[in-house]
Design a protein around this ligand. Sequence first.
Ligand code: IPE
Ligand code: IPE
Ligand code: MG
Length: 249
Amino acid sequence: MEYELNRAEIPQHIAIIMDGNGRWAQQRGLSRSAGHAAGVDAVRRITEECVRLGVKYLTLYTFSTENWNRPQEEVAALMQLLLDRMDLSLFMDNNVRFRMIGGLERLSQPVQDCITLFEKETAGNTRMTAVVAMNYSSRWELTETMREAVKLAAKGELTADDISEDYVSSHLQTRFMPDPDLLIRTGGELRISNYLLWQCAYSEFYFCETYWPDFMPADLHKAIAVYQKRQRRFGLTEEQVENNGGRLK
Ligand code: IPE
Ligand code: IPE
Ligand code: MG
């Protein structure tokens, strides 16, 4: 099915919880790692489709701080997959800037080197920013921000009056981008799993049953079509929003 998209109302920032790789593989009698490998193909096609549609920021939940507790072989296979399949040409050919959010220090040196290289090589790309959340969780991010603020306060460089919502937003890992307009979770679970808790305060949520390796551009179009039918009110009344020209962004 084709979905009519309003090209003027494409979400500026889409965040995705790419879930369901393991179940996709299990259904086929494959290893969970094979599911992650199939998930990489989906990353590629959805990144390219977001570029084509004019999305400006795409934030992909790739590995949470809690995912370290998975079987060691699965964690190792995932990290190896990143090294083997992270492809600079995907970003260079599409004029996409690559960024990572999360704690770099716990990743292996080769993974750190790869991320640093990609960030450096793609720094001048302007069409879209693709962000991978690796060793990321929102509680970790908020805790780090608080810790840093207290350190500055102890040195006399920050006071209680300096702390505002803008201060918090501009000291999170995500400080270089606007909040997500649309959060998509594939794989059927109805939860946020420690992703972008602060940033999703007013995001529109879209959940679908499709496992991530099966997620196609047409599924993305459907998610955006659903998003475009919603009215974002940001606490106002429907009437106020209508009087403001239909939508408040
Ligand atoms: C998401 O797929 C990818 C990661 C968390 C790395 P899962 O591996 O969680 O797949 P399911 O939820 O077990 O099917
Ligand atoms: C969320 O998926 C993390 C990523 C997609 C990287 P999980 O599969 O880890 O989430 P839970 O455990 O089902 O909440
Ligand atoms: Mg999962």
